[in-house]
Design a protein. Structure first.
Length: 102
């Protein structure tokens, strides 16, 4: 669900998670850590949405192929890194990092 398309009243009674909610205590979430390790963070404009979408994606697709990750990202616009580091980071977080093309 995209926050820019949802009125606050429509979320009444629902659990709302944000990117700030991912980290616990002093440590980053494994997905955040993978983004850091794979240089998938640049300006930060797209990062929160991609992280939250990837979190949901990995919950439903725990061992994705790179092509599936690329398809999941098709609704996101990253103008800084291109998608290779982002795909690498999500694959690494899933434990499916490989050299197969996206």
């Amino acid at each position: 669900m995209r926050s820019c398309l949802l009125l606050a009243a429509q979320a009444d009674g629902a659990e709302v998670r944000t990117v700030e909610d991912l980290a616990s205590g002093d440590g980053l979430h494994p997905l955040q850590e993978a983004f850091r390790e794979h240089f998938a963070l640049q300006c930060g404009f797209c990062t929160p949405g991609i992280l939250m979408a990837a979190l949901d994606f990995l919950a439903h697709t725990p061992t994705p192929r790179r092509r599936e990750i690329a398809e999941m990202l098709s609704g996101h616009l990253c103008r800084c890194t291109g998608y290779a580091p982002i795909i690498d980071a999500i694959a690494a977080a899933a434990g499916t990092a490989s050299t197969e093309p996206a």
